[in-house]
Design a protein around this ligand. Structure first.
Ligand code: RUB
Length: 324
């Protein structure tokens, strides 16, 4: 890590890596805030030193988790606004740009929420996976419209983000049934919609989201239940326009198999058994043919057409301003 990165930025980076700050939109918001803090606390006395510090801070944040493109998109957006001839001007430009980014993020989410809510009818039962603030924005807008909905919430092993979703929905008075992930197919008989968020959306309309999303989408198709993905355009992955793939984060296997569980399996071998491994990919890829609509702040799109929006919003070239 760069020497001049503010301790508060390193704290944010650690919290993202440890998933104390998690979810694609929340990570983007925290990253923009961290760049503003870096700008405010910078002790640089020359413009080029200030710029180096900002890039080093961005790199520290960038290297936390690889899958949610909202993170590099946020960093790119804020750094692109860095402008001025003096440290004071540069500082002000970053602080303003970060504030603008965070305001737009909020606005996009509530706009998207009202688009998504239009897909829901009185009496609808919605199945969710993981915890997505974009997906929840659709449900919140529906509740505010007075639409009576119910939710079936998949708990989402191994980190149980479904519990966060359940807590939020209960706060809004939505009846919630929590199920284990393996019960999804059985409960799809009762569902009118599957509604999930996204960490990244590729140019072909593939949706990268919490592990288990693709299986859920395939089951939903089999059951004739439409799949809606709620994703602000900050989730569009511009690198995929030029053929890059999205890296799927692999997390510590102890999230799946902790020491106690491992010891119970290897019983007597003190938990030592080289032939036993657990794998823990955090995300998977849902092909566009299993997705009915991607709901964004610009309206809803069939996944196959999302590349048009991607090109419009991001252009063709993507820079990496955190590479010094
Ligand atoms: C969170 C996750 C969420 C998306 C969208 O994964 O997969 O569905 O990030 O969330 P993790 P949001 O818990 O591993 O970060 O709509 O809030 O951006």
């Amino acid at each position: 890590r760069g020497h001049d990165v503010a301790p508060a930025v390193e704290t944010t980076a650690d919290e993202i890596a440890a998933m104390e700050i998690r979810g694609a939109a929340t990570i983007a918001d925290a990253a923009a805030e961290a760049l503003a803090i870096q700008a405010e606390r910078s002790d640089a006395d020359r413009p080029d030193a200030f710029e180096q510090q900002l890039r080093a801070a961005a790199k520290t944040l960038y290297e936390t988790r690889p899958t949610a493109v909202s993170l590099p998109n946020a960093l790119r957006y804020v750094l692109a606004g860095m402008d001025g001839d003096t440290v004071a001007e540069l500082r002000a430009s970053i602080v303003d740009r970060a504030a603008e980014f965070r305001r737009d993020l909020d606005r996009a989410q509530s706009k998207l929420g009202s688009v998504g809510a239009n897909r829901l009818r009185d009496g609808d039962v919605v199945m969710t996976h993981c915890h997505s603030t974009d997906a929840l924005a659709c449900l919140e807008a529906a509740v505010e419209d007075g639409t009576e909905i119910e939710a079936i919430v998949k708990e989402t092993r191994p980190r149980m983000q479904g519990h966060i979703t359940a807590g939020q929905l209960r706060e809004w008075g939505v009846p919630v049934t929590v199920i284990v992930d393996g019960a999804a197919r059985r409960y799809l008989d009762r569902a009118d919609h599957v509604l999930v968020g996204a960490d990244s959306i590729a140019a072909d309309g593939s949706v990268i989201n919490k592990i288990g999303t693709s299986g859920l989408a395939v089951l939903a198709r089999e059951r004739g239940v439409p799949v809606t993905v709620a994703a602000q355009t900050i989730k569009l992955h511009p690198d995929t326009m030029t053929g890059h793939t999205v890296e799927i984060e692999r997390r510590d296997e102890r999230e799946v198999l902790d020491e106690e569980a491992r010891a119970a399996i290897t019983d007597g071998a003190d938990g030592v058994d080289d032939g036993l491994t657990a794998e823990n990919p955090a995300f998977d890829v849902t092909p566009p043919r299993y997705v009915d609509a991607i709901v964004t702040e610009h309206g809803q799109f069939p996944p196959e057409t999302i590349v048009t929006l991607m090109r419009e919003l991001f252009g063709e070239t993507v820079d990496e301003p955190w590479e010094l």
